[in-house]
Design a protein around this ligand. Structure first.
Ligand code: ADP
Ligand code: MG
Length: 603
């Protein structure tokens, strides 16, 4: 009910209609263009823009959203183009068959290259894509079978049942049908369970893996999808130009695709299409204009593009579309999940069962022993506090328990199972969920979407289901759960706000709701009350007590001693990585050792 009364949801439906009707208007305009008395030149330009739109849409997913930079998209366009050119010319296969052969070849190459390079972090991927773009270019240029630098001539145009599409208005229909379908596929994908996982990739893998997202798989997935979009573009290109040669598939074009996406607005589908259009039209104008101005022939437009890239990156990092996007109202998800089914839930541990058993765990960083043979236990229906001065090793202990860091020695058992050697994702799968001392969320997703990411492991639907929109029942169930957990931590009024706009305390509550969405048996909270106001702290204490009542086991790192002493059943005190003492709140409060540690005096 509260969600229905939420003022943010009933406000100005006519304005948000712009988001729905805008794309429709664009499609109508695109559909009307070939019927207008435009000169053929402009139809051909629009065909090029449509052909460029496909790899650029792939880059929206890969670079704009996923944060992975590839200079090699033109090479994937090349695979699509050469496959269809070679096979249609030499074997007489129909282009409608070679389209799929090209897709399979491109997808396979991308999966292999992705599996090798996407494990590496930082600059390795861009460098690897440059190497890949260069080697494929020279391969295309040196293979006799592919006609070396002259390429393959005499590629047929597209036809269907003997009906020729030509190079103008009918071809325009084919190109833009693919482009618009791809645009909607990407938009739908981004608004789904897989999409939220993809959107979490750019922030580093730690949070995503802790939510159970297989980050490597999703990275390879968007790499392959982007490559396949490029492959379709290459197929269109070959049958449009009727000839292929290596030059449009080299590194220069790979850079140009990146420029299109950066200029338009890397994370926006419509911005990317605008970017493709602007770059193509600008390039044509500059190619004519610049040699005239300078007085000699040459590819001077590249210099202008180079300067523009730097300027855009510096002054317009979100691209041109950001201007439009800022003026459009935020999309509001209509609340349609009230009647959704429950998500699958985990079998709860019996009251008093040892949930977490930490045995002499140790972590060294170089010479520093950050966690020095720490042991403790937490039971179902118990809140255990882990306290100690800054630098005592509390967060490192969390990272060891949740698999973010590997153990130097020692053992961790969760519900009787040794989880010491497991990764963060496997540990999350078993029912351990956590928050981070330094909040980690996807700033440009709504609060609701961020929290739904916490329920990632409780959903099944993948990318294809999302693109076909057959994931809606599960989406409703995920959002219902996300809203339920947000209501529980007192964040029910902020469902549709962008997470990045929240105050610090609210961000922490978001993280708790997200962790609860995973239906954990053990909840690890790293300084959840930092930045919370007094009232919010009281509410947090109430929520934690309620969770304990439901049999949840909670491990709490917190500096607010009032809260710790109030709600903890048992407290472990750490200092300089070592176990100082443990006991009930009153035993800890009465301890001279603890007082000395906190006051920094010798003991
Ligand atoms: P706490 O959470 O109790 O404040 P931490 O666990 O964050 O303490 O840190 C314990 C010690 O380990 C500190 O001296 C810190 O500088 C060091 N440390 C933590 N993480 C790392 C890391 N990834 N690399 C090197 N040193 C680290
Ligand atoms: Mg810490």
């Amino acid at each position: 009910m509260e969600a229905l009364l939420d003022p943010t949801q009933t406000q100005a439906p006519d304005k948000s209609a712009l988001r729905t009707w805008g794309p429709l208007a664009l499609i109508l305009v695109l559909a009307a263009l070939p019927f207008l008395p435009l000169p053929d030149f402009w139809i051909i330009q629009l065909n090029y823009i449509g052909i460029y739109t496909l790899p650029v849409l792939g880059l929206v997913l890969l670079t704009g959203v996923g944060g992975l930079t590839s200079f090699g998209q033109a090479a994937f366009v090349g695979i699509g183009a050469y496959t269809t050119a070679y096979l249609t010319v030499n074997t007489g296969l129909s282009p409608w068959v070679t389209l799929f052969i090209g897709l399979a070849l491109t997808g396979l190459s991308a999966a292999i290259i992705g599996a090798i390079t996407l494990r590496m972090s930082g600059h390795y991927l861009p460098l690897a894509t440059i190497a890949w773009a260069l080697s494929l270019y020279y391969l295309m240029g040196n293979l006799d079978a592919l006609g070396k630098y002259d390429g393959i001539l005499g590629v047929k145009g597209l036809s269907l049942f003997g009906f020729e599409f030509g190079q103008q208005r009918l071809f325009y229909g084919v190109v833009w049908l693919f482009a618009i379908l791809a645009a909607f596929a990407v938009i739908r994908l981004l608004d789904s369970r897989s999409g939220r996982a993809i959107r979490s990739l750019a922030g580093g893998s730690q949070m995503a893996e802790a939510m159970g997202v297989n980050t490597l798989r999703f990275k390879i997935g968007i790499f392959v999808l982007a490559a396949m979009l490029a492959s379709i573009s290459g197929w269109l290109f070959a049958h449009f130009q009727r000839t292929v040669n290596p030059s449009p598939f080299g590194l220069k074009m790979g850079i140009e695709y990146l420029f299109m996406v950066v200029l338009g607005g890397a994370a926006h589908v419509w911005g990317a299409i605008a970017g493709a259009g602007i770059v193509k039209l600008l390039e044509d104008q500059l190619q004519v204009l610049l040699p005239k101005l300078i007085g000699t022939a040459g590819s001077y437009e590249l210099i202008v593009f180079g300067i523009m890239i730097v300027l855009v990156l510096k002054y317009l990092p979100d691209g041109l579309w950001a201007f439009v996007d800022r003026r459009l109202p935020r999309p509001r998800r209509s609340v349609d999940w009230q009647g959704a089914r429950d998500l699958p839930a985990r079998a709860r541990p019996a009251a008093g069962e040892v949930v977490l058993d930490v045995q002499a765990i140790r972590k060294t960083f170089g010479g520093l022993v950050a966690v020095n043979d720490i042991s403790f236990q937490t039971r179902a229906g118990q809140i255990v506090g882990l306290i100690g001065p800054n630098g005592a090793g509390k967060s490192t202990t969390f990272n060891l328990v949740t698999g973010v860091l590997g153990l130097t020695s020692g053992a961790v058992r969760f519900r009787g199972e040794a989880i010491g050697g497991l990764g963060a994702r496997q540990i999350a799968q078993r029912g351990v969920s956590r928050t981070f001392q330094h909040v980690k969320m996807v700033a440009d997703m709504t609060v609701l979407e961020n929290v739904a990411l916490g329920a990632h492991l409780r959903g099944r639907k993948g990318a294809i289901a999302a693109m076909l929109r057959i994931d809606r029942a599960e989406e409703r169930a995920l959002f219902r759960e996300a809203e339920r957990q947000l209501q529980r931590v007192g964040m029910g009024e902020h469902l549709h706000e962008l997470a990045g706009n929240l105050a610090m305390g609210q961000q922490r509550l978001l993280e708790i709701a997200r962790a609860l969405c995973a239906d954990p048996a053990l909840l690890l909270l790293d300084e959840p009350a930092a930045g919370l106001r007094h009232k919010e702290k009281e509410a947090l204490g109430k929520v934690l007590r309620q969770l304990r009542g439901e049999g949840m086991s909670i491990l709490l790192v917190e500096h607010d001693m009032g809260l710790v002493m109030d709600i903890c059943d048992h407290i472990v005190v750490m200092e300089f990585g070592t176990h100082l003492m443990e006991g009930t709140p009153s035993e800890v409060q009465g301890s001279d050792k603890v007082r000395a540690a906190y006051l920094g005096t010798e003991h």
